[in-house]
Design a binder for this molecule. Structure first.
Ligand SMILES: NC(=O)c1ccc[n+]([C@@H]2O[C@H](COP(=O)([O-])OP(=O)(O)OC[C@H]3O[C@@H](n4cnc5c(N)ncnc54)[C@H](O)[C@@H]3O)[C@@H](O)[C@H]2O)c1
Length: 321
């Protein structure tokens, strides 16, 4: 198998690249390096390319032929929700335009196996605590919309020319499988808290009056190493059956509240810090956890690590750097 990994120099993609190497697969990373780091991908073949740039489709066709690509894992996307609200055109052009070029190149080269990085952001503000893949999708920002449209694109390509695809809806990804592959962006709860502590500030909690046991929001945190393994399970699933097409939640099925995460950070770091409680933010559902029945049954994948391993690995990466 020869796997093209778009966005392989990013946080999650680089974990999957490393697991593919451990399985002795041949890997071609295509990344524009808008946020990725070249040093994350080791000895993988590398093509620096913005998937949304003019001419990208032809460049991809050439590279896929040259490397005998048989499967694609597509991580490359812009992912900042706030920026997507400010600059929706850029988000559509990058995430939808880039993916259209990639799927066209796959069709032209006859590569029909595709794993797509989707997101729990496709669900928006569900009125249930635990969502399954058939729950209604009503994304509430352009970023979430680009992920839902990406899923429609894979479904349409499956109908039109037989694409086999696994859309993976990630929940809250955190931790580090290897210290040097840790998340360098400060956008999710764990990196945000570590950045606040580093700056000598109190981490902010938005809302302590939600209808949850301790009043803070509950989310489903999945360890990035477990998530990376789900991609290998998805590749195996696509390999098994030429009609494979499905969407899978990737989470643990268990939620942790923001206060529970902060308590665990205090335990792991040994730092006792104050918390700055502010008003709720618009668009935060009280609780959002994955129903993981489908991925367990169909892919045989189950998260092995919990909140402690997530915080410990993220903290080790910081102390090692
Ligand atoms: N991190 C999360 O919590 C999370 C949750 C749900 C879904 N996702 C999705 O998972 C994927 C990977 O996320 P990540 O956290 O590793 O992000 P990341 O920013 O670390 O990685 C994205 C990679 O894609 C590259 N890239 C972006 N746009 C590109 C383009 N147009 N052409 C070529 N390369 C491009 C970047 O340089 C980067 O290396 C994204 O699609 C993201 O939307 C992430």
């Amino acid at each position: 198998m020869s796997v093209l990994v778009t966005g392989g120099a990013g946080y999650i993609g680089s974990h999957v690249v490393r697991l593919l190497h451990q399985r002795s697969e041949s890997v071609l990373v295509v990344d524009g390096l808008s946020s990725g780091l070249r040093e994350r991908i080791g000895s993988s073949a590398f093509l620096q390319l913005d998937l949304a740039a003019p001419g990208a489709e032809e460049t991809l066709v050439q590279a896929m032929r040259e490397h005998g690509v048989t499967s694609v894992i597509h991580f490359a996307a812009q992912k900042q929700v706030g920026v997507s609200v400010q600059e929706p055109e850029f988000y559509y052009s990058q995430n939808i335009g880039g993916m259209a070029n990639l799927l066209s190149a796959m069709r032209k080269t006859g590569v029909d196996r595709f794993v797509f990085s989707s997101s729990a952001a496709t669900y928006g503000m569900p009125d249930v605590d635990s969502v399954n893949e058939d729950s209604a999708c009503n994304p509430i920002n352009p970023y979430g919309e680009t992920k839902l449209i990406g899923e429609w694109m894979t479904a349409n390509a499956a109908r039109a020319w037989g694409l086999r695809a696994a859309n993976l809806r990630y929940f809250n990804v955190a931790g580090a499988g290897w210290p040097e592959l840790a998340d360098t962006a400060v956008m999710n709860l764990v990196p945000i808290v570590f950045a606040a502590l580093k700056a000598g500030k109190s981490p902010i909690v938005f809302g302590d009056d939600y209808p949850t046991a301790d009043g803070s929001c509950i989310r489903d945190y999945v360890h990035v190493h477990d998530l990376a393994e789900a991609h290998l399970s998805a590749l195996d699933y696509l390999e098994r059956d030429h009609r494979s097409f499905s969407t899978f939640n990737v989470g643990t099925g268990n939620g942790s509240s923001v206060f529970e995460v902060l308590t665990e950070i205090k335990r792991v770091t040994g730092i006792d810090f104050d918390i700055d409680i502010q008003k709720r933010r618009a668009g935060d559902p009280p609780s959002l956890c994955a129903d993981v029945t489908r991925i367990e049954e169909e892919l045989g994948w189950k998260a092995k690590q919990g909140l402690s391993e997530i915080i410990e690995s993220a903290w080790s990466a910081i102390t090692a750097s």
